[in-house]
Design a protein around this ligand. Structure first.
Ligand SMILES: Nc1ncnc2c1ncn2[C@@H]1O[C@H](COP(=O)(O)OP(=O)(O)OP(=O)(O)O)[C@@H](O)[C@H]1O
Ligand SMILES: [Mg+2]
Length: 1033
């Protein structure tokens, strides 16, 4: 099945629990006998369970006591719960109708039927209360709801009365549409009222009362108001209130009800003036009732109730005189003349009562209109409605008149509607749908409806004919006509037509109708008058002039001069019922069948005979049989499939084939058993409510699932949308940004082009006269040169090559800067120099002056620092030291001396003193060269270390020029130059140096370059010095 095993158990468990007291649904009874039916009902009634279902029809038995089943908790309990899930209740029915309306988006009505006192009005109030509490609420809606709720006490005060059957009997029919918007909010309403029992205003049977409002006014109104209306606080004072002799009833609290009504009138927007006029009408009716008539001496009616007359004229705001005239004679227009036709007292009373009824009746209609204005929803959007029909119930009194005839006819019509909508149409539907079916016999009351309403032949037609025909038509001629025309109808009988036995129960002026609910004997007296409901034209005229707004409004709507005879009351009523039937037939029906538990309004009393009778005439057994044999639920395949398709994967989300096949697949999937359903031609029929109940439960559960799935889908869809939006936004931003970039780039390029152009122009005109272009260009050149220069300055004093070559425009600057920089470096360098370094440098400067650019080995020597001496004093022989003690030794260096005889090399020490240079050989001074005798010093331009001292040689014995080789040539010669102050005599010679070996004897030292350095005596007798090529620097 469609529930798991556990689920099924739970469900059945719940069903059993619900059935603990009797059976909750008569359909589930084992037997369909009347006895079983009544037993079940009694069992439940005794357990204060007044509601039982027959399928979806609710049977309610009046408990005549307050039961605690209508509180807020109960309302909450029944809200949105499956129909069969909780014990039967009027709330369950209301809720089911409401939810069906919301899901199927169609109109519904709840037909509440039952005889007078069965509880129809109470049921309708409970339903209204349920919607008021359970529907979504807002301040605005609450106002509408309050008005709808408050319309009840007002209408009940004016339209309900105590009868023998019911202390609060509805004496008018009421059909109320409650309008709901698509969200299920109760947003407005509309009331149709049907035929008020006006005769009650002027006459009440014994034990009955007039309409509640009269007593409420007299009992409840404030003294001031009573005074204003000329009333006394005593019902007995008023003829219209005393005929039933029961003005005070224990079950009714007129004082409290007065307050409720006054408050309710405010809620339904009746302002103070209207309220005053409304109660003025009631007071006026009371005064009218007290106007008495007497016969004057001519046998005409006159009134001497001047005070009452005055009050009526004051309250109506009409002339007392005219009023009195209107009540005592009639003006008849005969060939342009007006003839006054005085009344008899009876006639005057008749006219008085007619006026009282007319005023009251029309005021009641005015009140309904007023309520309709107040609860009207002006929003034109589509509404669905639930109609509530609460009409006076079937009633049988000891004496029944025209009113009972109308009331019972109305009930007959509703029964007919019920039959048509349930029994008949149900069976016809099975036939049409080809469902196998054993017809259930039932009594169709159409025959009675026809008897009453058929054109030309029905009771109403005959009555109308009598009312309209010229001549002396009376109630009795009407009876005769009935006997004539419908005398042989099985549901009609009169004294004359009856058999012996029946005749005993009938008066001569009676006719009896065998209604569906039982026989009712009607007394024909008053039928014609009541049907005519005549009011003389002059009275109507007078009412049109009333200063009471309500009365004037009520009478002005009808043209008093209209020549057309108004429709008779019965015909109007017939048409209004026809219209009602049409209204109802267009809606889906729900039924509440109210049963009266006993005649004496006693709590807890279950009058079996009375109830059996009602069960019978209401056709409940037939209904049950049709229900049992039939199917509890049916729906068009499309509708069923549409609702339950989520329960089967094959039908969800779409069934592509024929709906009937889809439904078959669906119910197979749900595990319906063959006896649980039937497939018709266009509909599926489900036999048991519980099958549907389980399906609905499964649907409810699946809804959550579905909702989650839909939600997920929707969220996905939303997210996708969001993503798309974001992407689009990103693209847009990107495009914008690219645009911005491109524009910037373009600007940059344009700027660059301009700058480059300017630059080129500046370049081309750089040598011309100063213009903006070239001066900018030159400034740029300058700046860029200076910038580059800054980063590329020479770092050492010796670096003379890295100076950045300047552009022509900066040549001068560059030169200055170069000098400055050099000076700066020099300055820095100089500052860092120590005194010994300084001395050294001074020497090097001298060396440079002598040798720079002249001798090949000079460059290598520059980096070699000069030292103090090359031979320390310890290394000089002591004797030598002693010998030259007087002269200060300035410098000593080892040399190789080439002697004059063959240029043999001899190592010697050469010591420079202040005055002379000494050639020392160990302890001997070999030669002393006084600086004064030193006339020249020669060296070669090559890289050898040969030094020649040219000495003045005047004496041949004297040694000649001195040829030496020294490894420290530059140091030695510089020191010598300084010591002897002989820089100027030092010469750098190319190729060969002439020497004087001794006076007059010359030789030479020749210089050349070769692979290896050599010094040897050449064949020519010269000293040959070969040196290696100095490395190119
Ligand atoms: N559900 C109920 N619970 C308690 N008392 C109820 C209930 N229904 C009806 N009654 C009693 O029965 C009385 C008559 O009920 P109600 O006025 O609804 O009858 P009705 O069917 O409208 O009769 P009528 O056709 O005369 O208007 C109520 O005043 C009330 O005392
Ligand atoms: Mg009622």
């Amino acid at each position: 099945m469609l529930l798991g095993a556990q689920g099924q158990l739970d469900m059945e468990g719940a069903l059993i629990a619900r059935d603990r007291v009797g059976i909750q649904d008569f359909v589930l009874l084992d037997e369909t006998t009347e006895t079983a039916f009544l037993n079940n009902m009694r069992k439940r009634f005794n357990g204060d369970l007044i509601y039982t279902y027959i399928g979806t029809l609710l049977v309610s038995v009046n408990p005549y006591k307050e039961l605690d089943i209508y509180n807020k908790k109960q309302i909450d309990l029944y809200m949105g719960v499956n129909f069969f899930e909780l014990p039967p209740h009027i709330y369950a029915l209301a809720d089911n109708a409401y939810h069906t309306m919301l899901t199927e988006l169609n109109n519904h009505f709840i037909l509440i039927s039952g005889e007078s006192g069965a509880g129809k009005t109470e049921a309708s109030k409970k339903i209204l209360q349920y919607y008021a509490v359970s529907c979504p609420s807002t301040t605005l809606l609450d106002t509408v709801r309050d008005k709808m709720l408050m319309s009840n006490p007002v209408l009940e005060a004016f339209g309900n009365a105590k009868t023998l059957k019911n202390d609060n009997s509805s004496r008018f029919g009421k059909y109320m549409d409650i309008q709901f918007d698509s969200q299920g909010n109760a947003v407005g309403g509309h009331i149709l009222n049907y035929l008020l029992e006006k005769s009650r205003v002027v006459h009440q049977n014994h034990g009955e009362r007039n309409f509640h409002i009269f007593y409420q006014l007299v009992e409840g109104a404030e003294e001031d108001l009573l005074h204003q209306f000329g009333l006394q606080r005593d019902c007995k004072h008023y003829n219209y209130l005393i005929q039933g002799e029961c003005a005070i009833v224990s079950s009714i609290n007129d004082k409290n009800d007065w307050k409720t009504v006054k408050n309710a009138l405010q809620v339904i927007d009746t302002d103070e003036i209207n309220t005053n006029h409304l109660f003025g009408v009631i007071a006026c009716v009371l005064h009218l009732g007290n106007i008495q008539f007497e016969l004057d001496n001519k046998g005409h009616a006159t009134s001497n109730s001047n005070a009452e007359l005055r009050w009526v004229s004051t309250l109506l705001g009409v002339s007392a005189q005219t009023l009195q005239e209107g009540l005592t004679y009639r003006k008849i227009e005969a060939q342009k003349d007006e003839v006054l036709s005085p009344f008899t007292t009876d006639h005057a009373i008749y006219v008085r009562d007619a006026l009282a009824k007319a005023i009251y009746g029309r005021t009641f209609t005015w009140l309904v209109d007023r309520i309709n204005v107040s609860i009207e929803n002006k929003d034109l959007s589509r509404k669905t409605v639930i109609g509530l029909l609460d009409i006076y119930g079937f009633e049988v009194f000891y004496v029944n008149s025209f009113e009972q005839f109308c009331i019972n006819y109305c009930n007959e019509k509703l029964q007919q509607l019920f039959i048509q909508l349930t029994l008949k149409s149900e069976q016809e539907e099975y036939e049409a749908e080809n469902i196998e079916w054993e017809p259930v016999q039932f009594f169709n009351n159409k025959i009675i409806c026809d008897l009453i309403e058929e054109r030309h032949r029905g009771v109403i037609s005959i009555l109308d004919e009598e009312c309209l025909r010229p001549g002396d038509a009376t109630d009795l001629t009407f009876l005769e006509r009935l006997e004539e025309k419908i005398g042989n109808h099985p549901h009609f009988v009169t004294h004359k037509l009856a058999d012996k036995m029946t005749r005993k129960t009938l008066e001569r002026g009676d006719f009896r109708l065998l209604h569906y609910a039982g026989e009712v004997t009607y007394c024909v007296v008053g039928f014609l008058d009541k049907n005519n409901d005549l009011l003389y034209k002059n009275i109507k005229h007078l009412m049109c002039q009333s200063k009471n707004d309500i009365v004037r409004e009520c009478f002005s709507t009808i043209d008093p001069d209209s020549r057309r005879r108004p429709e008779t009351v019965a015909t109007q009523f017939k048409s209004s019922l026809l219209k009602l039937t049409e209204i109802l037939m267009a809606k889906e029906a729900w039924y509440v069948r109210c049963l009266k538990s006993n005649e004496s309004k006693q709590p807890g009393k279950f009058d079996e005979a009375l109830i059996r009778h009602q069960v019978k005439y209401l056709g409940l057994m037939e209904h049950l049989r049709v229900r049992r044999a039939g199917f509890a639920y049916r729906r068009k395949f499309e509708v069923f499939l549409q609702r339950y398709k989520p329960l089967c994967p094959a039908t969800w989300p779409h069934w592509r084939g024929v709906p009937a096949d889809g439904v078959e697949v669906l119910v197979q999937h749900l595990g319906y058993l063959p006896n649980e359903y039937k497939m018709g031609r266009t509909k599926i029929f489900i036999r048991y409510p519980r099958t549907l109940f389980a399906t609905e439960d499964a649907f409810e559960r699946s809804k959550h699932d579905l909702a989650t799935r839909l939600q997920a889908k929707y969220r996905g869809y939303r997210a996708k949308g969001e993503f798309k939006k974001q992407k689009e936004a990103a693209t847009k931003i990107e495009t914008c940004w690219r645009g911005v970039q491109a524009r910037k780039e373009r600007e940059k390029r344009a700027w660059a082009v301009k700058v480059i152009k300017k630059f080129i122009k500046g370049y081309m005109t750089r040598r011309e006269a100063k213009t903006t272009d070239n001066s900018e260009y030159l400034a740029f050149v300058r700046q860029s040169y200076l910038n580059r220069l800054r980063n590329n300055l020479p770092r050492t004093v010796l670096d003379k090559t890295t100076w950045l070559p300047p552009p022509p425009v900066c040549e001068e600057t560059s030169e200055i800067l170069h000098k400055l920089h050099t000076r700066l470096m020099v300055r820095r360098y100089v500052r860092r120099i120590t005194p010994p370094q300084k001395a050294q440098l001074q020497l090097k400067v001298i060396t440079s002056a002598i040798f720079k650019g002249k001798k090949d080995s000079y460059p290598q020597s520059v980096a070699q620092p000069f030292v103090e001496t090359r031979i320390s004093e310890q290394d000089v022989n002591m004797r030598v030291l002693q010998m030259i003690r007087n002269e200060h030794i300035k410098y000593s260096v080892p040399v190789i001396k080439y002697n004059r005889n063959g240029f043999k090399p001899r190592p010697r020490q050469l010591i420079l003193t202040q005055t002379a240079a000494y050639v020392i050989d160990e302890a001997k001074i070999r030669q002393r060269v006084l600086y004064t005798s030193l006339k020249g010093i020669s060296v070669s331009n090559l890289s050898d270390g040969i030094i020649v001292f040219h000495i003045t040689c005047e004496d041949p014995k004297q040694k000649g020029d001195l040829v030496m080789q020294c490894d420290h040539l530059f140091e030695f010669l510089t020191k010598l130059g300084v010591v002897a102050n002989k820089q100027s005599i030092i010469k750098v010679v190319q190729g060969s140096i002439k020497i004087e070996i001794q006076a007059g004897k010359e030789s030479a030292v020749d210089f050349s370059t070769g692979q290896d350095p050599m010094v040897y005596k050449a064949k020519n007798g010269h000293l040959m010095v070969v040196s290696t090529r100095a490395r190119a620097r």
